[in-house]
Design a protein around this ligand. Structure first.
Ligand code: 5GP
Length: 177
């Protein structure tokens, strides 16, 4: 019996995540052929998706990490976004693909896109593993999307609840019963 069996219900299996990530990687490889691609992963939630996606992209890309904080450990957004760890390299002239775990209200991504655009990349696009369109407060153009999900609080594969559950190999929903 695994530690999460009684608390988390599987929504997307490791196999489903891997298959979709492979498809997205193939598409990105095609779209960025001959371009200097930089993946900008948003910590901490995107780290599993970022590393799996990067391994499915057949291009000599570079990777950067950025730390953002919009949630204070619970399940509700505060609406406030802070940079907790900034990029270490200039993005000027690079083809930047932001890699995010989930777009919920879209407020975090809106802030991030404005911030990155000011660094004058050659192009700026968005890849997200999950999208919850029913919660959107702002319209975010999503170029690469893993799965659209309903309005449930999900954990696993990088996503946390109070900093825990990130290490689950699948995406699941916290059981409320
Ligand atoms: P937004 O600004 O789009 O409302 O929220 C984006 C961030 O909120 C995500 O990067 C993620 O950290 C967090 N978030 C939103 N929905 C969920 C969820 O269902 N589960 C978890 N663990 N985090 C979420």
């Amino acid at each position: 019996m695994a530690f999460h069996d009684t608390t988390v219900e599987v929504m997307l299996t490791a196999e489903q995540l891997a298959a979709r990530t492979k498809e997205l990687g193939a598409q990105i490889s095609k779209d960025y052929q001959g371009k200097d691609l930089t993946l900008v992963g948003i910590m901490k939630g995107s780290i599993f998706f970022l590393t799996d996606l990067a391994r499915q992209i057949d291009l000599p890309l570079t990777m950067e990490l950025m730390g953002l904080s919009s949630y204070q450990g619970g399940t509700e957004t505060t609406g406030e976004v802070r940079i907790t760890s900034d990029l270490t390299k200039p993005m000027n002239g690079r083809h930047v693909l932001v890699v995010e775990d989930i777009i919920d209200t879209g407020l975090t991504m809106q802030f991030l896109l404005e911030n990155l655009a000011a660094r004058h990349p050659a192009s700026l696009k968005v890849a997200t593993l999950l999208e919850k369109p029913s919660r959107a407060k702002v319209k975010i153009p999503i170029d690469y999307k893993g799965f659209v999900i309903e309005d449930r609080f999900v954990v696993g594969y990088g996503l946390d609840y109070g900093e825990k559950y990130r290490n689950l190999p699948f995406v699941g929903v916290m059981r409320t019963d």
